[in-house]
Design a protein around this ligand. Structure first.
Ligand SMILES: [Zn+2]
Length: 122
């Protein structure tokens, strides 16, 4: 799903995309300047290898995500620290954003339930 950024208005534009066992559901809303606010919930499971025993497991995910998409280069005019993703083609590719969120979660340290329970026993 691709959204043309300059068509996003103050009226929230709902979206819902799925990837495997993850649902990315939320909306886009015009903020100001070049910025579009993205607010969404990421829910489901991510299959990833356990960082302790390397066996694949289902990691439950339930996260609230909020960041801005800049239509073009983002210049920090107000020197407020915002979480901004720049888009250079005027589009927001929701699947791509979902994919990078998943990669971000995968890159964190996660161990499977078995490793977690054996860890607490020690
Ligand atoms: Zn493990």
């Amino acid at each position: 799903m691709k959204v043309i950024l300059r068509r996003v208005t103050k009226t929230p534009l709902d979206f819902e995309v799925k990837s495997d066992e993850i649902t990315f559901k939320g909306y886009l809303e015009y903020h100001k300047g070049k910025l579009i606010l993205l607010k969404a919930n990421l829910q489901g499971f991510i299959i990833k290898p356990c960082d302790s025993c390397a066996e694949e497991f289902k990691l439950p995910v339930d996260e609230e995500i909020e960041f801005f998409i800049s239509d073009g280069i983002y210049e920090d005019e107000e020197s407020i620290e915002l979480d901004v993703v720049e888009s250079f083609d005027g589009n927001a590719d929701i699947e791509e954003l979902l994919h990078s969120e998943i990669e971000l979660i995968k890159s964190d340290y996660h161990s499977c339930e078995r490793c977690q329970s054996s860890y607490t026993e020690h």
